[in-house]
Each structure stands twice: as structure tokens, then as C-alpha cells.
Design a protein around this ligand. Structure first.
Ligand code: G3P
Length: 306
């Protein structure tokens, strides 16, 4: 069977640094790449024997998958990130020629810090032939600039965008919603129109002002409706201007998000192992299995014993 018959134009990456998860999912024939980040590496190393060499471990990850493996830099300045990217590339790309360097699109941690270090690093690495994955993308504009600078991939963080919108609505993670709960953008629209009705009934001047002043739910929802919506908008921008940059839908927290970004046409989804397993489950499939198994007649059973 040729690759295109297997839907090769839509790719699934696994969002983990755990080798056993990578190997297991890879054995099912569904994995086209791996994404890691410092938090995923920490989680993995915490679960490993103290004597495991992280260098050898990452080499094994690169060897396991015949597709891009994203490894992230650790600094904030462009020059430092370029040096780190080169270091990671030299250490691991020779293993399977599949290393991609994750660069945060914006490394500033406070408002008064320099905002363009990520973009600068992406541009220079692109010129040096080192492919980059612009990470921590939270808005279509960030993806647009990263693509323009030459990123091979952009990674919008769906779950974290949804968290942000929910937090701005006054909802609390763990209390009002779970990490893996689906965020319904239509619900946000309904709340927004309800809010608009209240505003119209009340002090129009003050509240309408607030809509446009980047405060709270109304202005946020005017820009993007959900993490899935960010992917939809990036896809449209990239198609309008024929960017070659591929979208990696990341921070996927549930199977419904995975389905929706595939519908939109994100080239790649990077999915944690437990969400991949959710994608294959269905109550009616289990029920069907029970019934088929129960209905096996002895004559049919005998065929398998010949
Ligand atoms: O690929 C990004 C991802 O690892 C972040 O996921 O669930 O921590 O937002 P999450």
C-alpha cells in the first residue's frame, strides 16, 4: 500500500518523551513523529532509573521514529538559542536525520522584556538549514510571523488557549472544569450574546467600552473562540498566502479536539498517548464485540481449528 493511501497528508505525532509510549504507538503504524518539551522530558526522566543517560535515551527516540522529532532549546536570547539549537542538532540529527528544533515564538516572560528573540532565532536557523518548530503559539498572528520568519512548523497550544479563555470567564481549572474537558466555543458565543444583552440593558457606555479594551471575556472571544478556532484561523492565513509552514496542533487534551483539527485540515496533530487510546475507544464497539463473540457458533469456531 502506498503512503498516500494511508492518509499520509495528515500526520499524527506523539506528544511524549516516554520511549515505551513512542514504541507502542509506533508499532500500531500510526506515528509520524514525536514532540517533546522540557516539561515532558522532566516527567520522563522522573519516571526513569537514575542511571539512564538522557543523551542515549534521546538517541533511542530519534532512532525509533522515521519522522521529525522536536527537541526544545532552553534559553531566551536569540544568540543562545541558536547555539543550543546547533548543539541539539549536532548531538542527535546524525542518528536518523530527523531533528527539528523547538523555539518558543516569544521568549519574554514579562511585558518589558524583548519580544522578538524567538522570531530572530527562527530566521537565522532557517538560513542555516536547521528546521524549526515555533512553539507556545497562542494566536494566529504569532503563527503568521513565525511562518514569515521561516519556521518549518508552528505549534498552537489548543488546551492552553482554552484554559486562558475559561480563566478569563472566571472559571477555575480543577473546580469548574478538568484539564481534559472539551471547551465548547458555541457555549462561549451563547454566553457572549447573553452578556451583550445585559450590557444593552445596563450602562451602555461603560460596558461597550470594556468590550474593546482587552478586558475579560468579550474582547477575548472577539479575537478567537477556542484553541480549535486558532487552528482554523492559522489554516486560513497559511492557505491565503501559500505558506509552506505546517501546523502542528498541540496541547490536545481530548479526542474531540483531535477530530476537529483534522476536519479543519491541520497537517499534523501531536497527541499524548492516553488521548490516542481514547480516540480508538467507543462504547458501541465494545458492545458489538461482546455480541459477535457471544454469537460464534461451534461450526464457525471449528474453521479456526483446521
Ligand atoms: O505539545 C505541547 C504540550 O505538551 C503541552 O500540553 O497539556 O501541557 O498544555 P499541555
Amino acid at each position: 500500500m502506498c503512503q498516500t493511501e494511508r492518509g499520509d497528508r495528515v500526520k499524527i505525532f506523539i506528544d511524549t518523551a516516554k520511549l515505551e509510549e513512542i514504541k507502542e504507538a509506533n508499532s500500531w503504524g500510526i506515528i509520524d513523529g514525536v514532540t517533546t518539551n522540557p516539561s515532558l522530558i522532566k516527567k520522563t526522566v522522573d519516571s526513569l532509573d537514575k542511571n539512564v543517560s538522557i543523551e542515549k535515551y534521546i538517541e533511542q527516540i530519534c532512532r525509533e521514529v522515521d519522522g521529525p522529532v522536536s527537541l526544545e532549546v532552553k534559553s531566551q536570547g536569540a544568540q543562545k538559542m541558536i547555539e543550543e539549537a546547533k548543539k541539539l542538532y549536532d548531538l542527535f540529527n546524525h542518528v536518523n536525520d530527523n531533528v527539528v528544533i523547538k523555539i518558543p515564538v516569544n521568549t519574554a516572560m514579562e511585558d518589558d522584556q524583548e519580544n522578538y528573540e524567538g522570531i530572530k532565532a527562527i530566521k537565522i536557523l532557517e538560513e542555516r538549514g536547521i528546521p524549526t518548530n515555533a512553539t507556545l503559539i497562542m494566536s494566529p498572528n504569532q503563527a503568521w510571523l513565525a511562518a514569515k520568519a521561516g519556521a518549518a512548523y508552528v505549534s498552537p497550544f489548543l488546551g492552553r488557549i482554552d484554559d486562558y479563555i475559561r480563566n478569563n470567564m472566571g472559571l477555575k481549572a480543577g473546580e469548574d472544569f478538568d484539564k481534559e474537558s472539551y471547551f465548547d466555543e458555541d457555549l462561549l458565543e451563547r454566553i457572549r450574546s447573553e452578556k451583550a444583552r445585559e450590557i444593552i440593558k445596563g450602562d451602555i457606555k461603560e460596558d461597550i467600552g470594556r468590550i474593546y479594551l482587552n478586558e475579560g471575556l468579550t474582547s477575548l472571544s472577539a479575537e478567537v473562540k477556542s484553541g480549535v478556532d486558532v487552528v482554523r484561523k492559522i489554516k486560513r492565513i497559511f492557505e491565503n498566502y501559500q505558506f509552506k509552514t505546517e501546523i502542528i496542533a498541540a496541547s490536545i487534551r481530548n479526542a474531540r479536539q483531535a477530530m476537529e483539527v483534522a476536519e479543519i485540515g491541520a497537517e499534523i496533530s501531536t497527541i499524548p498517548f492516553d488521548i490516542i487510546t481514547q480516540m480508538i475507544k467507543h462504547y458501541k464497539t465494545q458492545e458489538g464485540m461482546k455480541n459477535f463473540t457471544k454469537d460464534i457458533i461451534p461450526e464457525y469456531d471449528a474453521l479456526f481449528k483446521k
